[in-house]
Design a protein around this ligand. Sequence first.
Ligand SMILES: *[C@@H]1O[C@H](CO)[C@@H](O)[C@H](O)[C@H]1NC(C)=O
Length: 972
Amino acid sequence: MKLLFPLLALVSLASALVKTPTVAFEEVDGGLKLGGAGIAPAIRLDSKDSPGVIRAAQDLAVDFERITGTKGSVNTDGKTESNAAVIIVGTIGKSTLIDNLVSSGKLDVSAIQGKWESFVSALIEDPIQGVSKALVIAGSDRRGAIFGIYDLSEQIGVSPWWWWADVTFKTKPAIYALPKVAVSGPPSIKYRGIFLNDEQPALTNWVNQFYPRASTGGPGFNANFHARVFELLLRLKANYFWPTMWDGQFYLDDTKNGPLAEEYGIVMGTSHTEPLARSTKEQSRFCPNWDWSRNQNNVKNFMKDGVTRSKNWETLYTLGMRGNGDEASPTLNAQSLEAVIAYQQSTLQSVLGQNDLSKIPQMWCLYKEVGNYFATGMKVPDTITLLWADDNVGNMMRLPTASERNRVGGAGVYYHFDYVGSPRNYKWINSIQLSKTWEQMNLAYERSARNIWIVNVGDLKPLELPINHFLDMAYDITAFKSPSSTDEWLKTWATREFGSSVSARTQEAMATYGKLIIRRKYEQLNNQPYAHSVTNFDEALRVLDEWTALANKTQAIYDSLDAATKPSFFEIVHHPAIAGKTVQEIYAKAALNQLYARQKRQSANKLAADVRAAFTRDQDITKQYHALLGGKWNHMMDQIHLGYNNWQDPGSNTLPGLASVSGTDGNGLMGISVQGSDASLPGGSVPTMNALTPYTGSWDRRYINLYVRGSGSYTYNIKANVDYVTVNPSSGTLSNQDDIKAYISIDWTRAPKGASTATFTITGASKTVTLSLPLSNVEVPSTFTKGHIESAGYVSMEAGHPFSLSTASNGATYQVIPNYGRTHSGLVLTTRTFPSALTTSTAPKASYKFYTFSTGSPRITIYVSMMFNTDPTQRASYAYSIDGGNPVTVSPVQVTTLGNMPSGWDAAVNQQAWVHTANVNVNGGLKVGEHTVDFWALAGEVVLQKIVVDVKGNAVGSSYMGPGESTMVGFE
Ligand SMILES: *[C@@H]1O[C@H](CO)[C@@H](O)[C@H](O)[C@H]1NC(C)=O
């Protein structure tokens, strides 16, 4: 054992998302060669072990073949070929092989015995007669053993996504078991799973092609399809599944479905609206009068039949009742719902023959109107898990309060990565920011919602990454304590799927993708008006540039990959980047087209052509996806995603309105605009350009934009009145759709100190235009060592760049969540649960320092993440003050009864932020010099993203995300 550590440093270990590697690819002292060319393990099990364990062992045998070329064997008859390496797998209490190892003292299972879904893996000498050494994987229960098996599969180089996302097998000449013991489990969340939902068109069309239902036609959500899903779930160490329900009847579409789930070891559920293991479609077929008050006996029998049918299969029963087809019931109230649940519980007891309700997994989902009944005092038996829902767009609306944390049935989370409904469907491709999932699930866990995590994943396929992340958090949240865990996880994940040579760049790309997509979902974009400003801060073009840079980056990674790795990288990383960029291009350029057309720019026609080309490219990208690997994923991108104008998806992809320009403008051929204004010159009043200082951010360039307002050409000339101001280009000839930006730069070493004005005289097409640019050659005193510096009348500070963070007497302070939110980062409390509401004296303080050269009555804008009052006894509030003034408390979220949306929810959820703008009373106004904004999060939900101080109160024009970050000193 002494040699182990020096040796370990040299061997290449398995790179998987598992915590303790038990496998290496080079020989180790005291190790065991499990596989290689011509050698493969004999996997020994007890024939009386669970079928699911034996089945998973068969996958492991094949996995060895995938990696080494030599298939393992599975053996349940006790006879072993002499020369194979032996892997012993089994469930404690079910496998004589394992139980003998335990009773003989060779295997220590004390760390897992009696625990939920845990396993121990150990290399053991003389485990059974004739075998000198074996790798032993013992599960505390059947899924513990199955997870142990798949853990090994993942370590040797088989991704859980090998089939669903075509991740290549990382072939190896040899595989060795390390002489070490690894313990895993119990999982952080007891029931962890996915909900296949909103499955038309993409998933259904794909299923109908590849898993058609035999002879009768109809939906093909058959056992072969579910075998693929169940294997994926188990490889991801998940255990819980809600089947499709738009048109699906899991237990009837294929009568093999129910037994198959049991064989695999999957805990079946039904969606929140489908009580007692029967689908919505069964309700309408067999109990069309779905009304408790008027048709009680039939409803009761219908429900009871669901329990009878599933009684021999592991099931987590959905309780409660809603109306027809995922809608509120017009006749149910709190009292009758209590009666429904009483009947359901007594039926479970009698049919399952189990009087102890705490031993029957049951949940009740407080979704939409259902929450109302609870809020108005409905009594819910303690044995039922309360499943709390998000707002369908990733923001938890409610979590257990202090008095709800000791329920026997505990609590859980119903979360969404896909949704059909208001304010707008999102069911096309991945639109999830992983760090947001981290932030919300971290809060849910801290608030004791730990019994169930179920996430709506739509068609499954385009959401590989967020699904994997969510389920990994649910399996072992201890690996996700730090806010930087998302980036670390992404890198490890990218290494597993695509290899270490591209993992850092892939992590960066997907962290960027999360930042770009949380700003606004694809379906929420349109150009009437496009959400981003087409003038102020060049927001529209800067956003499009970010997408272009991302697509360029994933293209470069894609190009560097070998042919076998390309499909998986395309599916999970490159496709969302290029497909997303194309949608952004359509809307951003369509919005600019409208502005340019008003300005009579010929280049408006070029933008229209670009938009049409992007629209065609969008279709081509869909075709490229569908053509992958001989059409394996045909139809998976069938979802219409362009041209939404209400919550429901439109019938076809449509282009936004595009304007065209013809003829010559009355004010002449030469057209001029300046940064930050929609004026077109000559003609109309001449705007003053935004001021420039040495501290103006590099993202915020000043330019003179020249274009052609008619047919023909002209030669322009730009002259600055002083020689320390240059403009590039300063002359040229423009014709037709030419549209150029002449960028201005200042030699500040030569410019006069303090305020001055530069003027530009632009001549062309027999016209002259004069523009002035205010300059302010200022210098921050050397005593200002850390903070942001004002320019052009405002300062913009990202949450991740505080001057200082205090620690409160309760021990709480702040942590920065990198790559979080819409622009840069988030600032969140380290502890997110408090016995009573925080105040500015009990909360820690985050201070942001800035230096200003302008003066005035300031106006502040504070951007915090979308959130709810998840604890009705403690509002999600924050407070701020400038220069030690009286703190102003803000509670952005209206208090509502559970199930009712707070006012402003639509706008806030679309932009995934609560934005607060107010004048701040500073005695005598802000003076030149150093200032501080203090910020206090008064609740665990609050995540600060950005603070903008408009020093003059009117310097910041409107935009979607506010100005980019100001220049800083004292930060890395
Ligand atoms: C993206 O790549 C194109 C083609 O190489 C290049 O012209 C463009 O400048 C790049 N854009 C960004 C924002 O990186």
